[in-house]
Write a protein of this length. Sequence first.
Length: 105
Amino acid sequence: MTLRIQKSAERNSTVLTLIGRIQSDQVFQLRNLLDSVPPDSIVTLDLADVRLVDRDAVRFLAEQEAVGTVLRNCSAYIREWVSQERIGLQPPETQNARKPGGMKE
């Protein structure tokens, strides 16, 4: 199965429903598609029907979420992986700024 993309609009949001697998070779296509979205539109990636991702796809999702893209219907395993990648995207001084539970080191 490959990646299928359905584009729709909801209020001031552009929704891209992704279906199938997101792999590194589709990341370029997704970047181009996101670049074509009007700048005043909120972008939502609906991941309800995504069954498999690779590391490049997860990095892409983490980068997009960091710049304001909404990840909707993200499965637990993809959500966890994206969260871990987002930690890796932070500058080193912010990664260790706090211990779990909000306590400063």
